[in-house]
Design a protein around this ligand. Structure first.
Ligand code: NM2
Length: 519
């Protein structure tokens, strides 16, 4: 039976591409590093503006769709009810799309902005501080979530409204690719998306592993090194493999809910026992700053840098462009996943839910974890920046959490949460990779296939950890993300064509129903 349902060209193609790229990096690491930084420089310096542009375009497009009459289209047949309640839906969405990186960057990102601020500001100045509290929320805010949401639109539409039983990016591009979706071109689209996801996952896991290892060090005193990292990586992989194996309604749903509640506990306690007034003021203040500067930040390219002696911060490339690329590589996967859980919702509910819950969720992490660290720094209780410079980011992050009263409990929650967050991203990741490598899915993709991709997902991070360096990690996403810009454009066109085609000319549509017609 397996033979018939598997899409072998996609399956083998993605693996081959991964091996082809990863093997030289492992065999000749020095050369690998040189190639990686050249690729990074080329893409960010010459093509960076395209990442910023696509972010803006997607954001505006989604708002337009949500609030047009198309927003009222129900994803499903008449009488369908949402499969998951809204809180579970939001928890699954958040847990799938956000990995442990929100704990990592949420706690430490401000310190990078504070010491290396945008706009040529003085490091450590008042202005640098203000931006430091704002930029994290921006990089994990509405544009980022718009990038995540876009692929969900055509995918959910084709799956639930046009009832095509295939969850694939090539399928969602059908109105553009036409008959080519079924041939090699369609396969290439799917492989590029899978490759992108593997790059993004590599970045995630290579950041998460040392963080978890640092937590282990806090409790055991074992020095974090490659061996400890590898053990942590293997154990985490086993956890999300099991979750993915047990499927959407069991492992993935349960872990997502645990994730949500543990997050509430962690953030709630820090907010209450930490500097509550300081945290409230900074969060409030940074939201104002963000609203005021949203378009400027979204489109800042530093055009005069390096010409005529103007300061060159490299900030847009190192941060905004990197982030958009990182969100891009995850987007088709999150889109497939969001589509899968959104049956019975309207398009508007799906878009607004993604943008709003996603942004608020991330803002709470950045606002509470990050500003707490900043408070320690400014009040002279603990210099996070010193630890960052001397021992690196994972140590600085754990040292921040360890400053809380009853610190062992909090560090324990933090580390467990990091593992669960990682698992809830990677279990859905392997679930989706398994879906795309099958021609047909009977309710859920094959179990062995899900398990297989769980282990493949962990592989690139081993390579990246071995190569090391933040820049290398970021590059995996940036380079993997580039083809995604083109895929995103195809997805926008596909969706627009499809809804236009299906638009009722006279009375009622062959395909879709509006929410108010449902009752
Ligand atoms: N994003 C949200 O590592 C993770 O947390 C997964 C990262 C794209 C920045 C996704």
């Amino acid at each position: 039976m397996d033979k018939n349902v598997m899409d072998w060209p996609t399956f083998i193609g993605a693996l081959l591409l991964l091996i082809l790229i990863a093997a030289p990096l492992v065999i000749v690491p020095d050369y690998g590093e040189a190639v990686i930084s050249a690729a990074n420089a080329f893409v960010t310096e010459n093509l960076g503006v395209l990442y910023l542009l696509i972010g803006m375009v997607l954001f505006v497009f989604l708002l337009y769709i949500a609030f047009s009459r198309y927003g009222r289209i129900v994803l499903g047949s008449r009488g369908v009810k949402p499969e998951f309640n809204t809180l579970t839906w939001a928890a699954m969405l958040f847990a799938a799309g956000i990995g442990s990186s929100v704990l990592y960057w949420g706690t430490i990102e401000w310190a990078y902005y504070y010491t290396g601020p945008p706009f040529g500001l003085e490091p450590g100045s008042d202005e640098a501080l203000q931006w430091a509290t704002t930029y994290g929320i921006f990089h994990w805010g509405p544009i980022a979530w718009a990038i995540y949401c876009l692929p969900a639109l055509p995918i959910a539409y084709f799956y639930y409204v046009r009832k095509r039983p295939v969850l694939k990016i090539s399928e969602a591009c059908r109105p553009v690719l036409k008959k080519y979706s079924d041939g090699p071109v369609g396969t290439i689209v799917d492989i590029l998306f899978m490759f992108g996801l593997l790059g993004g996952a590599g970045t995630t896991m290579a950041l998460a592993t040392p963080l978890i290892a640092e937590g282990v060090n806090y409790f055991t005193g074992i020095e974090p090194n490659m061996t400890l990292n590898t053990i942590v990586l293997i154990i985490s992989t086993i956890i999300f493999a099991v979750s993915s194996y047990s499927g959407l309604r069991n492992g993935i749903r349960v872990l997502s809910n645990i994730n949500l509640w543990l997050s509430f506990v962690l953030l709630g306690f820090i907010f209450i026992i930490g500097p509550t007034v300081f945290l409230s003021n900074t969060i409030f203040n940074s939201i104002g700053r963000l609203l005021d500067n949203f378009f400027m930040m979204s489109m800042w390219t530093e055009p005069f840098a390096g010409i005529g002696g103007f300061p060159e911060t490299g900030f847009p490339e190192a941060w905004t462009i990197f982030y958009w690329a990182w969100w891009l590589v995850y987007a088709p996967f999150v889109g497939l996943f969001v589509a899968r859980i959104s049956k019975g919702r309207t398009i508007r509910e799906m878009i607004v839910g993604t943008l709003v819950y996603g942004t608020i969720g991330c803002a709470l992490y950045f606002g509470i974890l990050g500003n707490y660290g900043m408070y320690l720094e400014l009040s002279g209780q603990h210099s996070v920046v010193d630890v960052l410079n001397e021992q690196g980011a994972p140590a600085a992050i754990i040292s921040t959490i360890a400053k809380l009263p009853a610190s062992s409990i909090f560090v324990a929650i933090f580390v467990v949460l990091a593992i669960i967050f990682l698992s809830t991203t990677f279990d859905s990741g392997s679930y989706i990779l398994a879906s795309v490598t099958q021609k047909e899915i009977d309710d859920e993709p094959l179990r062995w296939n899900r398990l297989f991709w769980a282990f493949v997902l962990a592989a690139p991070s081993l390579v990246l950890m071995y190569l090391g360096g933040l820049e290398t990690l970021q590059t995996a996403s940036i380079v993997g993300g580039f083809p995604l810009i083109i895929i995103m454009v195809m997805l926008i066109i596909s969706f627009t064509r499809a809804i236009k085609e299906d638009m009722p000319k006279t009375f009622g549509s062959k395909y879709f129903i509006y929410r108010d017609e449902q009752e």
